[in-house]
Design a protein around this ligand. Sequence first.
Ligand SMILES: Nc1ncnc2c1ncn2[C@@H]1O[C@H](COP(=O)(O)OP(=O)(O)OP(=O)(O)O)[C@@H](O)[C@H]1O
Ligand SMILES: [Mg+2]
Length: 247
Amino acid sequence: MARILAVFNQAGGVGKTTLTRDLGFEFATRGSRVLLIDADPQASLTEFLGVDADSLEASLFDALLHDAVPTIVRVHGLDVLPSSIDLAAADFLLAAEIGRELKLRQVVEKISASYDLIFIDAPPSLGNISINVLVAADEILIPVQCEIKALRGTRHLFDTIDRVRTLNPKLKIAGVVPTLLDRRTRLNTESYEVLKNRLGDRLTVFAPIRRGVAFAEASAHGVPVHKHAPTYDGIADIRALADALEI
Ligand SMILES: Nc1ncnc2c1ncn2[C@@H]1O[C@H](COP(=O)(O)OP(=O)(O)OP(=O)(O)O)[C@@H](O)[C@H]1O
Ligand SMILES: [Mg+2]
């Protein structure tokens, strides 16, 4: 059975999607059967992997709302369940569905036997899709930007996770991933230390992922950072996180 990790934080632009892509690729190169699910209507993960979602036979929207078997695309040695713009309506339409929180879980249950690892990239919101992501997952990986203001949002985040546990009692927090760390900036480094101290007593805080232009460039090219810049030393951060996740 696959281990299912949601990459979740309702804060926007903290590096969730980039991390999902590169961690997924890292595990695929280590020999795991990996599926990446893009559950964000912005479809960034789909784009960051260079997948064209315009001609899918059945989209995630069709799967969530009409019980269709979604089209899965193979790229860069891993499988992707892409997102498309119609998913934007799903958040609203799910509200009228019976068992609306369980829809993604049902989709995932049908396909999970083919994988060792499934990562679900969540949108930066607390709407119906995000609840679906948290109900479908075994564990949550929480990217948090190395900034003091990031800590303010975490209480809200943990409240949400606690509420979702009524629907998914086994949901675990795998840990917090400090992201976008720029060690050249003192404020940034200090923020990382504060984050580690404040959250570290009750949660695993993994080693940080550095800020580096290669990550953003890789997205523009629609490839994992490993493929864009094979000798880039920031890839070591992704590898260290993969090691720490003990998969
Ligand atoms: N390690 C990194 N170094 C430099 N830039 C990064 C890094 N990770 C992500 N970025 C850039 O930061 C921006 C936000 O990243 P990303 O889309 O991965 O975040 P997100 O949390 O998924 O955003 P959203 O909440 O909109 O889904 C993007 O422009 C991306 O290229
Ligand atoms: Mg994203």
